[in-house]
Every structure is written in structure tokens, then in C-alpha cells.
Design a protein around this ligand. Structure first.
Ligand SMILES: Nc1ncnc2c1ncn2[C@@H]1O[C@H](COP(=O)(O)OP(=O)(O)OP(=O)(O)O)[C@@H](O)[C@H]1O
Ligand SMILES: [Mg+2]
Length: 314
């Protein structure tokens, strides 16, 4: 079982419009509501593949109730932790020419008691034989070291923690130590190490910096250029033929889910991760792929890729 933790979930509302006119009254031709948030996306992808998972998240207000209903409809088991603030709602406007405009609301603040209740909920779920804990997405105000505290739970329980976040939470959580796997994209990794990452060697060096500081493995997703996996004694790249994506929303989350779903050697896990990510971009909106859409055989894995290759050449 894999426990995911999403401290900043959202009830995502998408409106289809023919053409978006700023400053005018726009009429939607269709509306969609679904559960949003990085850890939730990981759980959705796992659940679609029959991998047992539970999503832990704070919920409050009517949109929090709706979010749980949406999760249930998507077949995702959840453990909601009631909080005083209202669950946020992010809005996506999709016009007919495919242009997407997003408005992300701030997450409600979490009190110290609420933060504690969330950590306890993750620990209680993980105690039922979890293989991984996944901490993903942004942190609401007032919850500064929430992911680092999960790191302590992970160490105490002997359950590996996978981290997918950015900016200060990424930096601070890695610095606190004990992270088994981190999944930045190349921009997030570049910001973290403060370097321009142009080549495979640059990305590998940045990942090795994290490993030298105590992180177990670094899975760097490279958008259309596949992904690089770096562990203490190895480095692999995986990717495939160019695709025409329908939507890249949540592709990184599905990639992480693929990696965690797989047993086996690091290159086998990387192959699965990239196959899931490629399948994700062929789905509309933030839909997650089912097993029939994942083409593991279409993914090529290279052991010790040439460090001089630029990312664009991959
Ligand atoms: N344009 C694309 N063509 C083919 N594959 C893609 C494309 N974009 C993404 N992918 C696949 O999805 C994976 C994850 O993509 P990306 O690196 O963009 O993640 P991300 O930035 O973390 O995304 P998010 O956080 O929005 O989920 C890539 O490793 C790749 O396998
Ligand atoms: Mg991402």
C-alpha cells in the first residue's frame, strides 16, 4: 500500500469556453469538477492501476466535501483530516484552440494542531503495512516543516518517503535528511542547486550533490526528453519517440506513481516511470492512464548516458 499526503488539495473546476475574452462575460460550453493536488494525482494513477493507495488530505467547508465525493468517484480511498479553513478551488479555463488559463487559489492556513493531526493521520495509515509514503505539492502557510516532520515518521517507521515539491519546502525537507526518493523536474532541480542544467552531466552532478547530502535516489523528469535516475552507484536515462501531448498536466505525478508501483531494479523502475509519464500526456486534461495505455516496450533505457549530451539532444 502507498500512502500519499497532499497538504494543499483543491477542488479543481474546469470551464470550456469557445474563446476567452478578458473583461467580458464568457459563456462556458461545458464544466468539469475533479479532485486536484499532487499527492492525490499520484493516488489516482496508482488506483487506476489497481495498486492499493490511500490519500491523506486536509478538508474543510463545502468544497472539501465535494472534493471527497470526487475522489470517491475516481476510486481513490482517502483519509480526510477536517480543518477550519475552506478547501480551495482552482479554476481552469480551456478555450477551443487548446489554450489553458489557470487561476490557483491560496490554500487555507493550517494551525499547529491541524498540522499535527495530518502527520498522525499519515502515520496511522502507513502503519497498515505501507511500502511508501509520498509527500507532494506545495505547503500551506503555517505548516512550514510538515514534510520534514514526515521524514521523521518515515525514519521511525522504516518506511521510505518520496518527495515531490519545489522551492523552499524542497530545499528545507532535503536538508532535514532521510528522504529515500526525490522527483524534481529539471527546473526545480536547477533552482535547488542554483545551477544552469544544460547537459546530462549537469543534471547528474546536481543529483549526485543531493545524494552526497543523504538523499537515497533522485528521479529527474525532463519533460519531452524523458527522465534521468541517479542512485549512489548508478545513473540511467529513459525516454522514447516524440509524442504529440494532449495535456502535460500531472505527467510528473503519474511518472512518480509509475516508479513507486514497480518492484525490480532501478532501470526497470525508471522504464515503468517514463512509460506512465508518456501515457499521461496522451490523456486529456488531468486524466490518468489505465494499464492498457501504458507502453513499457516503447521506452528505451540507457545505462550511464553520455554526460556531454545536452538535454535537448535526448
Ligand atoms: N511533451 C512530452 N512528450 C513526451 N513525454 C512527455 C512530455 N512531457 C512530459 N512527458 C513525460 O512525462 C514525464 C514527466 O513530465 P515533466 O518532466 O514535465 O513533469 P513535471 O514538470 O513534474 O510535471 P507536473 O508537476 O505538472 O506533473 C516525463 O519524464 C516524460 O516521460
Ligand atoms: Mg512535478
Amino acid at each position: 500500500m502507498i500512502v500519499t499526503f497532499t497538504p494543499s488539495p483543491s477542488l479543481d473546476r474546469a470551464y470550456d469556453v469557445t474563446e476567452l475574452a478578458v473583461g467580458e462575460v464568457n459563456r462556458a460550453t461545458g464544466t468539469h469538477i475533479h479532485a486536484g493536488g499532487k499527492g492525490i494525482n499520484v493516488s489516482r494513477a496508482l488506483a487506476r492501476h489497481g495498486v492499493p493507495t490511500v490519500a491523506v488530505l486536509p478538508t474543510g467547508g463545502p468544497d472539501g466535501d465535494q472534493l471527497l465525493i470526487a475522489l470517491g468517484r475516481q476510486g481513490v480511498a482517502s483519509r480526510p483530516v477536517p480543518v477550519a479553513g475552506d478547501t480551495r478551488s482552482n479554476v481552469t479555463l480551456v478555450s477551443q484552440d487548446g489554450v489553458t488559463t489557470k487561476i490557483n487559489a491560496p490554500s487555507p492556513e493550517l494551525s499547529p494542531d491541524e498540522s499535527r493531526a495530518l502527520i498522525e493521520a499519515v502515520e496511522a495509515e502507513a502503519a497498515h503495512g505501507a511500502r511508501w509514503i509520498v509527500a507532494a505539492g506545495s505547503l500551506p502557510d503555517g505548516s512550514g516543516d510538515l514534510f520534514a516532520r514526515l521524514g521523521e515518521v518515515s525514519r521511525r517507521r522504516g518506511i521510505p518517503l518520496a518527495l515531490d515539491t519545489s522551492g523552499a519546502p524542497l530545499r528545507d525537507t532535503l536538508a532535514a535528511g532521510g528522504i529515500a526518493l526525490v522527483k524534481p523536474n529539471d527546473d526545480e532541480l536547477a533552482e535547488l542547486v542554483g545551477a544552469d542544467l544544460q547537459t546530462v552531466g549537469d543534471v547528474r552532478a546536481a543529483a549526485r550533490e543531493l545524494i552526497a547530502a543523504g538523499t537515497g535516489a533522485v528521479l529527474v523528469s525532463l519533460g519531452s526528453h524523458g527522465a534521468l535516475l541517479v542512485v549512489p552507484d548508478g545513473c540511467w536515462w529513459a525516454g522514447g519517440a516524440p509524442l504529440v501531448p494532449l495535456s502535460t498536466v500531472g505527467a510528473g505525478d503519474t511518472t512518480l506513481a509509475g516508479y513507486l508501483s514497480a518492484d525490480g531494479t532501478p532501470p526497470e523502475r525508471l522504464r515503468r516511470a517514463v512509460a506512465w509519464g508518456r501515457a499521461a500526456v496522451l490523456m486529456p486534461g488531468s486524466d490518468v492512464p489505465d494499464p492498457s495505455r501504458v507502453d513499457v516496450a516503447a521506452v528505451r533505457v540507457v545505462d550511464d548516458p553520455d554526460p556531454h549530451l545536452t538535454l535537448k539532444e535526448l
